[in-house]
Design a protein around this ligand. Structure first.
Ligand code: ADP
Ligand code: MG
Length: 903
């Protein structure tokens, strides 16, 4: 069969066979082409034309889709972001020099997690590949109650573009939740699993919710061989220094990540030169729901970073700074000592503004060193990248010396001393300065990169070439005079070389010794032996010069690669410095103060503000206090009408704690935070229709997670729990939740609970660590004025009707609503539930009439003849309907009837 194919097609199918799960980008001259099924997929996904060529294996026309090679940066990311792998099959030799068909081969496979092309990710984020290894360790305890299998996991995250490489391992009963929370926090672009885990459909489904999941079966996955291979890669005798010697799953997952990176990139990844083991007991846990609800790095609405905490705090000057800031916010610390080290540095930078200004000014010149180094080691850096690197390196001595002289805080001193250990820095920068022109071209194969005076041989070759160009100009003048043809000109093109061009009109004047080369529509092209001779001189000199330039460039790249580790450490130090200076700058601009961190369980905030909302509200933000402890103020029940500011208040408390533990100053006049190990939130009733789960179900799943996992050191925010169901259900659940958290593990959990069930405030009398607060409003005649001030005590009503009036609901409706409310209050809807507290179960018909339950409640409703066993009349009527057979009009009529049934 293959005999029928052209040699190029055979190469294509060989590539396809070697990479069956990838789309093949097959280089043909100036295009990347794809054939067959791949072509159809590519055409569909990229919206480009599908054409056909020749015949394929079966003698059919072969579908073909192609993109210009220079447009790869536009098209490739679109395929990758949709989850495709793409194998790039390049021409491996110069077509001009090739005998027969040009040699081609796959040079790399691009996958979401192993992309190195800057078009595929943003500066402000890392592009992580996640690898998981692990096994089931049977069932036990709590996880068994929930019918879950207990797992042991090693997880690694690798960013090929920066060289960052992290690993961790979870072996306790919450390992599955921890894996998911790492997933949410790190936001990997791709996750690879070994076959054993790829078969775990629950795990795969959870991962697929958030990233692209691939099975990867490297030949080695055993911890011992994996460890040996990692050691070989890093050139170390033991992994002890990296902290994972004993963590077999961490080691296995790290090896899998590295191996996957190597097999897709097909080269040695020397810039990945260290592996850091972390333990998530170092960090405050923020699960995916909390990250979303508190809008730490993304907003809830459209997922961008606008209105996120990160955006509010991010005025960093370098891409490394943005990425590190994001990490700090996603992983607040748990050690008072380490947090204080950060705060000391921030404080110092607020107190010496000149130092901060200078540093931030210098940092503005620093480019993305991490990724530049990635490209250098990777072998796809351009001369422009070197210039960018050099500009970044140029400011380092100033920063270093300034810090060495002025900095007193430990972290700043460490940064300065660290920068000083890179002794070759200035030499390397000087080397680039001497060699590379200020504005080099994008390509590295066409010359024009190296400065004159750097290399004598190169200068000589350039001389020959440029002198010859002068010679050409003289030659043109001479030939014009000799032939008398004024329009005669000397031209050049790649295929035909130098030629003398004469228009047809002047052809009679062409001298005898001109030799015809090519005929054009309006002109004739010639050459002479003299021109031919010069041509070969120019061309060889040019060719040699370009080749020599590339050689010099490669030497520079090698010299820099040899220092990749120091360069990356420098990048990390500058990034950290950038974040510290940024936090100081933001603290100054926004009037933040230094928080105190303690090991007790108190949270004390004076004049706290919501860092994001304060910048968006018109008319000024009203500061509020928060006081929590484990004695009397452990559980704060916050009531108040809609729009009063309950949600804002609760979030601001959590955000201030997160900022404090991340090492930032905070929006308050005084703050003391007793270390928080995890923030849990259940805020608002988001409509999660997109994921196909009912809002209420989502709410309860999240609630279950909180109730199961909160510890006495956690902070729980519950906002309007129970809103998603009927009043009775909702109220009952809300109440049970308060009781449960209050009594959890003897000491209880610190929690803020906003609720519109103002009847819950009666709990203050029954549960000793519950305190009522409300957000004050003033009734001014019919109007409601929001004071935004939190005050002790409960509200006695929910003001929903006043809010409705504020919103512009017609006066008639408002009046009627007021009447109904009065009626309800007389009947006391909540009487029953309150009484059941004392064991007296009593059915209040009057109350039931007004609840949502009634609609489907078999016990209530009128004594209609329609009544079917145990069903309400409406349910019975609904049961009979065959929706499929109804016309829209019939459906409308039926709806009217149903409504009538309700009376
Ligand atoms: P609730 O949860 O009680 O319905 P929100 O917390 O959503 O109310 O607050 C409603 C709006 O009130 C917010 O969007 C914000 O604009 C404003 N707001 C909230 N708290 C304050 C405050 N302390 N100062 C000024 N405006 C506030
Ligand atoms: Mg709210």
């Amino acid at each position: 069969m293959t005999e029928m194919m052209t040699p190029a097609m055979r190469q294509f199918y060989e590539a396809k066979q070697a990479y069956p799960d990838a789309l093949i980008f097959f280089r043909m001259g100036d295009f990347y082409e794809s054939f067959g099924e791949d072509a159809k997929t590519i055409a569909k996904e990229l919206g480009i034309t599908l054409t056909a060529r020749g015949k394929d294996k079966t003698g059919e026309k072969m579908p073909l889709a192609g993109i210009p090679y220079h447009a790869i940066d536009t098209y490739l990311p679109r395929l990758i972001n949709k989850g495709y792998k793409v194998a790039i099959c390049e021409q491996l030799e110069d077509p001009k020099q090739a005998k027969g068909v040009v040699k081609r081969g796959v040079v790399r496979v691009v996958t979401p997690g192993t992309a190195i092309d800057s078009s595929m990710f943003s500066d402000a984020s890392n592009n992580y590949l996640m690898a998981v290894a692990g096994r089931e360790i049977g069932k036990s305890g709590k996880s068994e109650e929930r019918g879950e299998k207990e797992m042991e996991f090693g997880i690694s995250f690798l960013d090929i573009s920066t060289g960052e490489f992290l690993t961790t391992q979870f072996t306790d009963s919450e390992s599955f939740e921890k894996l998911l929370s790492e997933l949410a926090r790190m936001h990997p672009a791709e996750c690879i699993l070994p076959p054993s885990l790829y078969g775990n459909s629950e795990l795969v489904a959870k991962l697929r919710d958030q990233t692209i999941v691939q099975e990867f079966a490297p030949e080695i996955y055993g911890p011992e061989e994996a460890g040996e291979n990692l050691k070989a890669h890093f050139g170390v005798a033991t992994l002890e220094g990296m902290g994972c010697e004993k963590l077999e799953f961490a080691v296995s997952s790290a090896w899998a990540a590295l191996e996957y990176a190597k097999t897709t990139q097909m080269r040695d990844l020397a810039h990945i030169n260290t592996l850091r083991t972390y333990s998530n007991t170092e960090f405050m846990v923020l699960d995916s729901i909390t990250l979303r609800n508190l809008e730490i790095v993304k907003n809830v609405r459209e997922g961008g970073d606008e209105n996120s905490l990160y955006r509010t705090l991010n005025f960093t000057r370098t891409p490394m700074g943005s990425r590190i800031l994001k990490k700090w916010l996603l992983k607040p610390l748990l050690s008072v000592e380490n947090i204080n080290l950060r705060l000391d540095a921030v404080e110092e930078l607020t107190k010496i503004p000149l130092l901060r200004y200078d540093i931030r000014d210098w940092l503005s010149d620093v480019r993305d060193i991490e990724r530049l180094v990635g490209r250098i080691v990777y072998g796809n850096a351009s001369a422009r990248d070197l210039v960018a690197l050099k500009k970044s390196m140029d400011v380092v001595p100033s920063i270093r010396d300034c810090l060495l002289e002025k900095a007193g805080s430990e972290i700043l001193k460490e940064i300065a001393e660290g920068l000083a250990t890179f002794s070759e820095l200035e030499n390397l920068a000087e080397m680039i300065e001497k060699a590379i022109v200020d504005e080099p071209p994008i390509t590295v194969r066409d010359g024009g990169m190296i400065k004159p005076g750097y290399n004598p041989e190169l200068d000589e070759l350039r001389d020959i070439a440029s002198n010859s160009k002068k010679w050409i100009a003289v030659f043109q003048q001479k030939e014009r005079e000799r032939s008398g043809i004024k329009s005669l000109k000397i031209g050049y093109n790649k295929v035909f070389g130098y030629y003398i061009e004469v228009t047809h009109a002047n052809s009679s004047q062409v001298p005898e010794d001109y030799i015809r080369k090519q005929t054009m529509s309006n002109a004739e092209r010639f050459f002479t032996p003299e021109l031919k001779e010069k041509e070969s001189l120019i061309l060889t000199a040019n060719e040699k010069a370009v080749a020599l330039e590339y050689e010099i460039f490669t030497e520079l790249i090698q010299a820099l690669s040899a220092h990749s580790r120091e360069l990356q450490e420098t990048a990390g130090r500058l990034g950290t410095l950038d974040v510290l200076a940024d936090l100081a700058e933001v603290a100054e601009n926004n009037n933040y103060t230094r928080p105190q961190l303690t090991e007790d369980c108190k949270i004390l905030i004076r004049d706290g503000r919501h860092p994001v909302v304060e910048s968006t509200v018109s008319g000024g933000f009203v500061p509020n206090d928060t006081e929590m402890d484990c004695k009397e103020h452990q559980f704060l029940l916050v009531t108040g009408p809609n729009m009063a500011g309950k949600s804002t208040y609760m979030r601001q408390t959590a955000l201030i704690a997160i900022m404090a533990q991340a090492g930032s100053f905070v929006p308050a006049s005084h703050t003391s935070i007793g270390m928080i190990d995890q923030v849990f939130t259940r805020i608002g009733a988001f409509d999660d229709l997109a994921s196909g789960q009912s809002t209420f179900m989502v709410e309860m799943v999240e609630l279950a997670n909180i109730l199961n996992n909160a510890t006495p050191r956690s902070l729980v925010l519950l906002d309007e729990i129970g809103r998603g169901t009927s009043t009775y259900d909702g109220y009952s659940i809300a109440k049970a939740v308060v009781e449960f958290l209050h009594n959890r593990g003897k000491v209880g959990v610190r929690a803020l609970f906003a609720t519109h069930y103002h009847q819950l405030t009666a709990l203050e009398d029954k549960l000793k660590r519950v305190k009522n607060y409300h957000i004050a409003v003033k009734e001014d005649g019919h109007e409601l004025v929001f004071l935004r001030k939190i005050v002790p005590g409960a509200t006695d009503k929910s003001y929903g009707i006043q809010v409705a009036r504020l919103a512009g609901v017609p006066e008639k409706v408002i009046e009627r609503a007021n009447e109904i409310l009065k009626e309800l209050e007389r009947e006391n809807v909540f009487e029953e539930t309150e009484d059941s507290e004392n064991g007296k179960k009593r059915k209040s018909k009057a109350s039931a009439r007004y609840t949502q339950m009634m609609l489907f409640d078999p016990g209530s409703g009128s004594e209609s003849s329609e009544r079917v066993k145990g069903l309400s009349p409406v349910e019975a009527a609904l049961k009979k309907i065959n929706v499929d057979e109804m016309t829209p009009i019939e459906a409308m009529n039926k709806l009217h009837e149903l409504k009538k049934l309700l009376g």
